[in-house]
Design a protein around this ligand. Structure first.
Ligand SMILES: Cc1cc2nc3c(=O)[nH]c(=O)nc-3n(C[C@H](O)[C@H](O)[C@H](O)COP(=O)(O)OP(=O)(O)OC[C@H]3O[C@@H](n4cnc5c(N)ncnc54)[C@H](O)[C@@H]3O)c2cc1C
Length: 307
């Protein structure tokens, strides 16, 4: 009961525009520095280098979402281009993850696509890959439509997206996206029972269903989860079905289950860490607190620390 209340509370504040705006001025607070790699590109590249040294690949995420002005969206686009250039210049192993609402999806769809094309041009120049994060259900179909447009109309191949197992539509989407590199996740937003499973067991089952589907179709699959039960099942499924190690990778978030990350690397699996950075950290941090009430402890401790 208490867990549900705190989950709903954190999911609610994660989308609160006023708080998100205010938090940009605060600097990383409440222990957020444990899960956000810093405020600048330089901070982020430094963290990527440290992770690469441990054999861990990365994907950088310049934090930002639910942008409502064209100026902000253009700035975010420019920042993402600069991030790709910085990755190329530093010679580190990192992809880029972006959110369509950060690039102006809620302002104008075509404007958002244009911004994304600029980012994908930069990715092409720097020989990199860009993942479109999946946001709330209201943005799901349009995100998938944009992905198709980017690949089929504009001819960009180095772009993929994310499918959320809690959505009833997930298996159909995975089938429709056969051959496209996908990150598969359980899903992080609060969604209506009419479109999303609410029960953990059902979500976990659907998660394994879509993972198996994408792996068996021969498509590159990123399994993004901190759940050791899921990871163990994926390892066994891959071994039993002779799925080559270079056809999939595990992904986790920066600052989460670091020992497990390193042990997967030592076992010879591809491991990629999602490294968020930037001043728009609040919504991201609140969603992490919603997922795992235990994290509230470190947030509260952070309230009293200087970090
Ligand atoms: C790299 C990455 C990218 C993501 N991208 C998106 C996206 O684009 N869109 C989206 O909606 N969501 C995204 N997510 C979030 C995802 O949807 C889930 O909300 C989130 O990963 C929590 O689910 P889980 O599978 O990690 O495990 P959970 O279901 O949260 O946990 C299952 C079990 O795993 C263990 N466990 C979990 N976390 C920990 C921990 N920190 N320490 C110890 N044990 C733990 C516990 O036993 C727990 O009961 C992403 C997640 C990752 C890792």
């Amino acid at each position: 009961m208490l867990a549900t209340v705190s989950k709903n509370f954190f999911l609610y504040v994660s989308q609160h525009k006023g708080l998100n705006k205010a938090a940009r001025k605060w600097g990383l607070k409440f222990g957020a520095a444990q899960v956000v790699a810093g405020m600048t590109i330089e901070d982020a590249i430094h963290s990527v280098k440290e992770l690469n040294d441990k054999g861990i690949l990365c994907t950088l995420d310049h934090l930002g979402e639910f942008v409502s002005s064209t100026e902000e969206a253009l700035l975010a686009t420019e920042y993402n281009v600069r991030t790709l250039e910085a990755i190329g210049k530093a010679g580190v192993q990192s992809h880029l993850s972006v959110k369509m609402t950060q690039l102006g999806l809620d302002i104008d769809r075509d404007f958002c696509v244009k911004n994304m094309c600029q980012i994908l041009d930069a990715a092409k120049r720097t020989n990199n890959f860009v993942r479109i994060d999946m946001e709330d259900y209201a943005h799901c179909q349009v995100t998938l439509d944009i992905l198709r447009e980017l690949r089929e109309v504009y001819g960009f191949e180095h772009v993929g997206t994310v499918i959320q197992a809690y959505l009833h539509r997930a298996l159909d989407d995975v089938r429709a996206l056969k051959g496209i590199p996908l990150r598969l996740v359980k899903g992080a937003y609060k969604e209506d029972p009419s479109v999303a499973y609410q029960d953990k067991k059902e979500i976990d089952e659907n998660y394994m269903t879509i993972i198996k589907e994408h792996l068996l179709s021969g498509s590159y699959t990123a399994i993004a989860s901190h759940d050791h039960h899921i990871i163990a099942k994926v390892k066994k499924f891959a071994a039993d079905n002779k799925i080559p190690r270079n056809q999939f990778e595990f992904q986790m978030l920066y600052g989460f289950r670091e020992e497990l990350q390193e042990s997967l690397v030592n076992e010879g699996y591809n491991m990629r860490v999602y490294v968020p950075f930037g001043d728009d950290w609040f919504g991201y941090f609140m969603r992490r607190l919603a997922e795992r009430p235990q994290n509230v402890g470190f947030a509260l401790r952070g309230l009293f620390s200087k970090k």
